[in-house]
Design a protein around this ligand. Structure first.
Ligand code: AHG
Ligand code: MN
Ligand code: MN
Length: 343
């Protein structure tokens, strides 16, 4: 007799996690469930992007001083619209919006903070390469307060995240998330015929050392000597492998990160002197580095800014950038030793 079931849905998985957490109120389950609806809407648009006028640039430049793609704007709008009415958030922070996004007065407020990169890998949108959405969830410090949320309440170190994860819109749409505290990292694949994310990668563990390094070598002339020495270490034969690592670089952080999470390896976006306005490199602490740092750490890996754990950085600005070395623990520790001058 064929099994009637479709396997474990993401909703079932979140509810199981909620049941294991005595003080869980269901607020978090509501939050994650609504974010999943937003991702399904974005996934649908991404998968038909070639057919509708949603490709290309808006001709505008965002707070990040980067060309805004139409799909960036669309994805940001979908998440804000879906999430603002559920009554579980006190505010949101988006890569695409300069300031905190307040919850409109007509909707009830909650005690969670959602920070997100609505569409990661924008340069790949119109060439059919995997892109994604990255998110992190924090608890408000002054819970149940009616006062407006202060930026200081949002600028918490990544170690305070109560959950984090990402969606990849690629050959299939996959969601990976963790609630930390030893609950593990789990991946779900969207079955369009069912319209549900089903458990496909239970308890993901990243190999403690990989064979892949991911970096944009086109930035080499903008790196300092330590950074060059570090990249040459992975390209050379005097590393722990005794032979060169394989180079893989997609240009979408979520895609490069996900591959290294499953296979092992290190992704690097070093500080560079390419843009004097961005001495700490290109990637954002709050909406890219911290969420992925929580995922990789829970999966047994490590994320560093070159001198210490990403998760322990005390943020000073909503859109601050940070050098990022993330992936297999021993590879990232080697990279950190070069950048901090110990190697
Ligand atoms: P976003 O599209 O959200 O701005 O992120 C793009 C990031 C990240 O996805 C990727 O790793 C990196 O930009 C690639 O940068 P380079 O093109 O400079 O290598
Ligand atoms: Mn991004
Ligand atoms: Mn983005």
């Amino acid at each position: 007799m064929r099994k009637a079931g479709v396997g474990i849905t993401i909703t079932q998985h979140i509810l199981n996690q909620q049941r294991q957490n005595p003080e869980a109120t269901g607020a978090f389950t509501t939050l994650l469930s609504e974010l999943i609806v937003a991702a399904k809407v974005i996934s649908r648009e991404v998968n038909k992007a070639g057919l509708v006028d949603i490709l290309g640039s808006t001709g505008k430049v965002n707070i990040q001083d980067e060309q805004v793609q139409k799909l960036d704007v669309f994805a940001n709008g979908v998440i804000v619209e879906r999430m603002q009415h559920i009554g579980e958030l006190c505010c949101m922070g988006s890569e695409e919006v300069a300031d905190l996004i307040e919850i409109p007065t007509e909707y009830p407020k909650g005690n969670y903070i959602l920070v997100f990169d609505p569409l990661d890998g924008s340069s790949n949108i119109d060439v059919n390469v995997s892109i994604g959405t990255i998110f992190g969830i924090y608890k408000r410090i002054n819970i149940d307060s009616d006062s407006d949320v202060l930026l200081e309440e949002v600028l918490q170190p990544g170690v305070n995240q109560v959950a984090a994860g990402y969606f990849i819109y690629g050959s299939s749409t996959i969601m990976v998330y963790t609630t930390g505290n030893g609950t593990g990292v789990h991946g779900f694949t969207l079955y369009p015929s069912v319209g549900e994310f089903l458990l496909s990668h239970e308890d993901i563990r990243i190999p403690e050392r990989g064979k892949i390094y991911s970096v944009n070598e086109g930035n080499e002339q903008y790196w300092d000597e330590k950074t060059r020495a570090m990249v040459n270490y992975f390209k050379g034969s005097d590393n722990a492998l005794g032979r060169p690592y394989t180079s893989r670089y997609v240009g979408s952080l979520v895609a490069d990160f996900h591959r290294n999470l499953l296979k092992g390896g290190i992704f690097m976006y070093p500080a560079d002197l390419k843009d004097p306005k961005k001495p700490s490199g290109k990637l954002r602490l709050m909406v890219e580095a911290n969420p992925l740092a929580m995922v990789v750490t829970e999966a047994g890996g490590y994320a560093s800014n070159g001198s210490g754990p990403i998760l322990e950085i005390e943020p000073s600005q909503l859109h601050q950038r940070v050098p990022l070395y993330i992936g297999s623990k021993k590879d990232v520790e080697d990279a950190e030793a070069f950048i901090s001058g110990k190697k």
